[in-house]
Design a protein around this ligand. Structure first.
Ligand SMILES: Cc1ncc(COP(=O)(O)O)c(C=O)c1O
Length: 369
C-alpha cells in the first residue's frame, strides 16, 4: 500500500469530516458553511471540501481569494466565500468564478465597486459587522447607509454576518451581548427593507453553545475536523477526529551509559538504553520542546534529547520488541492509547488550531474513507 513508501505521514479520515458535517447539519437544521481555510486546517483543502460537501455543506469558507480560486479550479462547485480581505484587483476573478467576498469597510467596498464596474457583471458579497470581535467588520451604524448606497449597484449584497470572540466561554455574557447587537441591527434592516437573505454568525463553539445564533447558516471549521473549539469545551462525542499523524522507527540501537542524545546532549543515557529514531522534526511542524510523548507498540514513550529539524529520538526501554519499521503515532490512537491534538497543543503551549495549521506541506496526506 501507498503508506509503505513513507516514513512519516498524515492519515486523514474523510468519512469523519463527512459525518461531522452531517451531524452539525442535522443538529442545527440550517445551511452549513464548512470553513476550510489554511489548507483545510492542515487536512488538505480540496479533499476536506469534497468531504464536507458530501456531508451536506452547501458553502465552503476560506480566508483568501487564492484559496477560493484553487477550490474552484479543483472542481468544487459549492458556494465559495472569502471570509477575509480580497484585493480589489482580484474582484474580476471573484465575479467570473462566482466567489462571494466579504465587505467590512465602506471604503474597501467603494474600490471593489470600481473594479466590478470595469469588469462588468455583479460582485456577490456578504457584509461583515463588528459586534465585539475587534477585528474586521463595519460598525452597526454604518450598515444601513452602506446597503442603501449599494442598491442597484454592481455589488449584490446577499448576506450579512458577524464573528464571535468568546463563544467558547458561554458564561461570560460576551457572546449574548454580541448577539443582541447583531439582532438589533437585523431588526433595523428588516424595518428598512434592507435585510440580506443570508444571515450567519456561528463558529464551532457557537454551534454547540448558542443555538440562538444559528440564523440560516452556521460556519464551523474546527469542529468539522473533530476538534474541540477550546480545552474548556468537551467535544461532542458524535464528532470524530479526522487526523492521525504517524511515522516509522527508522533506527533502534542500544547506547551505553553516558551517551549524549541529539544536539546539546541535554539527555544522557544513564544505563544501556534503547534509543529509537523517527524521521520527524520541526521541519514537519513538530515542535522543539521538552517532555513530549509518542505511541509505540500501544504504549506511551518519551521523546528524549532535542527535537531536530528532521528527526526525533525516543526512549524505548518500555517496548523491548520495538524495531525499525514499526509504526509510531504522534497524534491519534494506537491500541488503547490516544494522544489527542489537544494534548499536543497543551505541550506546545498553544491551541489545537495552531497544531494542525502548522503541519508542513512536506508531510504526505493519505486519505481514507
Ligand atoms: C469568520 C470566521 N468564521 C468561522 C470560523 C470558524 O471558526 P472555528 O474553527 O472556531 O469553527 C473562522 C475561523 O477562525 C472565522 O474566521
Amino acid at each position: 500500500m501507498e503508506i509503505n513508501s513513507y516514513s512519516t505521514w498524515l492519515e486523514i479520515d474523510l468519512n469523519a469530516i463527512t459525518q461531522n458535517v452531517a451531524y452539525i447539519k442535522r443538529l442545527t437544521g440550517v445551511e452549513v458553511m464548512a470553513v476550510i481555510k489554511a489548507n483545510g486546517y492542515g487536512h488538505g483543502a480540496r479533499p476536506a471540501a469534497q468531504a464536507a460537501v458530501q456531508g451536506g455543506a452547501t458553502w465552503c469558507g476560506v480566508a483568501r481569494i487564492e484559496e477560493a480560486l484553487a477550490l474552484r479550479r479543483a472542481g468544487i462547485s459549492a458556494e465559495l466565500m472569502v471570509l477575509g480581505y480580497t484585493p480589489p484587483s482580484k474582484i474580476p476573478e471573484a465575479i467570473d468564478q462566482q466567489i462571494v467576498v466579504s465587505l467590512f469597510d465602506p471604503s474597501q467596498a467603494e474600490t471593489c465597486l470600481n473594479y466590478a464596474r470595469i469588469n462588468g457583471g455583479r460582485l456577490r458579497a456578504h457584509v461583515k459587522v463588528e459586534t465585539g470581535m475587534g477585528r474586521l467588520g463595519m460598525l452597526p451604524e454604518e450598515v444601513v447607509p452602506f446597503l442603501r448606497a449599494l442598491q442597484g449597484s454592481a455589488i449584490q449584497v446577499e448576506g450579512i454576518f458577524t464573528h464571535f470572540a468568546r463563544a467558547d466561554e458561554p458564561e461570560s455574557g460576551y457572546t449574548q451581548r454580541q448577539i443582541e447587537i447583531f439582532n438589533q441591527l437585523l431588526a433595523e434592516l428588516e424595518q428598512e427593507g434592507l435585510k440580506p437573505p443570508m444571515v450567519h454568525a456561528a463558529n464551532s463553539a457557537a454551534v454547540f453553545n448558542f443555538p440562538q445564533a444559528w440564523y440560516n447558516m452556521v460556519r464551523p471549521g474546527n469542529a468539522i475536523f473533530g476538534m474541540s473549539p477550546s480545552p474548556a469545551i468537551h467535544l461532542d462525542p458524535a464528532l470524530k477526529p479526522a487526523l492521525t499523524w504517524k511515522a516509522r522507527l527508522i533506527s533502534v540501537r542500544t547506547f551505553p551509559p553516558g551517551q549524549g542524545i541529539s544536539y546539546g546532549s541535554i539527555y544522557t543515557t544513564k544505563s544501556n538504553e534503547r534509543i529509537g529514531v523517527i524521521p520527524v522534526g520541526y521541519g514537519d511542524g513538530f515542535r522543539r520542546v521538552d517532555n513530549q510523548q509518542v505511541l509505540v507498540g500501544g504504549k506511551r514513550v518519551p521523546i528524549v534529547g532535542r527535537v531536530c529539524m528532521d528527526q526525533a529520538m525516543l526512549q524505548l526501554d518500555t517496548v523491548p520488541d520495538a524495531k525499525p519499521g514499526d509504526e509510531v503515532v504522534l497524534i491519534g490512537t494506537q491500541g488503547d492509547e490516544c494522544i489527542s491534538v489537544d494534548e499536543v497543543a497543551k505541550r506546545w503551549s498553544t491551541i489545537n488550531y495552531e497544531v494542525v495549521c502548522g503541519l508542513a506541506d512536506r508531510l504526505p496526506r493519505i486519505y481514507t474513507k
